[in-house]
Design a protein around this ligand. Structure first.
Ligand SMILES: *[C@@H]1O[C@H](CO)[C@@H](O)[C@H](O)[C@H]1NC(C)=O
Length: 328
């Protein structure tokens, strides 16, 4: 903190992230838990990207979407967990500069917003495949897939660019303590000493404007998919399709509902701890569960994984032997 002569008020130049409170010597179990989640998240997502890139059977729009989702998730997770782990290893709290805090918010929020759009594009892809199978190849080709993916990345960062522009109006001079484990929007706004009513209203408006369309599109797609599934005559086919689809629906609903709770409920002191718990769902748990639920339960992905493991084993046992040909 430093004094500015003119306004005679303390200017905050760095924040203290309070995380989960002062853990003292008790930080290790929590650190280990989040470290394991981070390692598993990165391993799962990178595995999916590798499988989709290397296996030609997976060069279809659906798997391009999945690989892009995994790419997004691993970046997203890396914008949140390393700082959180570093702070946990210091006993639970850590300082971060105001600029660093803004950068973290910008990176994780634009990736998170892109994820909303990508999940919507993926549900639209599944809707076409299941409800309009005859139109699928004409409506969803490589070019459309590329446009949807590029559109998701761009819309996500556009939304957050506007929020960041608004946030430049904030001046920080009160306390420098942020009761959160990451630099999220509401805790930062709460630190500002100018009148934030208008800014808070604008943020709720922007959050609704940018998150409602993908949310409604996703919801509509899944409702159509589920009603199509319920019309499948054989009960075994119905059960299988329903289980895949309902697991997607659960992850998407948890992701959206926790985001809505966190950003749309009033930004008050009393709701802070609740806010932190809900934030864990969309920051830490979604990137961890998505690869498991979207890809690793999928038959073709499992098959690609089995093949690449087989190829790897053979390669190590007898480099260049004829056996290679059986597997490639
Ligand atoms: C993302 O999608 C594009 C366009 O469809 C695709 O070419 C690319 O391989 C995908 N990215 C990854 C990491 O698979």
């Amino acid at each position: 903190m430093e004094k500015t002569g003119q306004e005679n008020e303390t200017v905050v130049t760095s924040f203290l992230l309070l995380g989960f409170g002062d853990l003292g010597d008790q930080w290790f179990p929590l650190f280990l838990l989040f470290l394991m989640i981070y390692v598993a998240t990165m391993a799962g997502n990178i595995l999916i990207i590798m499988l989709v890139i290397t296996d030609h059977h997976l060069h279809t729009p659906m798997y391009f979407f999945l690989a892009n989702l995994s790419c997004l998730e691993s970046c997203y997770s890396s914008s949140i967990l390393p700082l959180m782990l570093a702070n946990l290893s210091k006993g639970g709290q850590g300082t971060v500069s105001v600029t660093g805090c803004m950068v973290q918010y910008y990176v994780f929020a634009s990736l998170g917003a892109s994820e909303c759009y990508l999940l919507a594009a993926m549900s639209y892809d599944r809707y076409l495949a299941i409800c309009k199978p005859l139109l699928y190849t004409t409506r969803m080709n490589g070019q459309v897939c590329f446009q949807l993916i590029a559109g998701s990345w761009i819309s996500g960062s556009l939304a957050v660019n506007i929020v960041i522009y608004v946030m430049q109006q904030l001046r920080f001079c009160k306390s420098h303590k942020i009761n959160h484990f990451l630099c999220d929007l509401n805790p930062i706004v709460r630190q500002a000493c100018n009148d934030t009513h208008l800014i808070e209203l604008l943020i709720v408006f922007l959050a609704g404007l940018f998150s409602l369309p993908p949310f409604l599109l996703t919801l509509a797609s899944y409702v159509s998919i589920i009603s199509a599934i319920l019309r499948i005559p054989t009960s075994s086919g119905r059960k299988k399709a329903f289980s895949t689809c309902s697991s997607h629906l659960i992850v998407v609903s948890v992701f959206y509902s926790t985001i809505m709770i966190v950003y749309m409920l009033p930004n008050t002191e009393a709701l802070q701890d609740l806010n932190k718990v809900f934030s864990l769902f969309y920051t830490v748990l979604t990137p961890f569960f998505n690869p498991l639920i979207y890809s690793l339960r999928n038959k073709e992905v499992k098959e690609a994984f089995r093949k690449s493991v087989a190829r790897l084993c053979v390669f190590h046992r007898s480099r260049g032997s004829k056996l290679m040909h059986f597997f490639t």
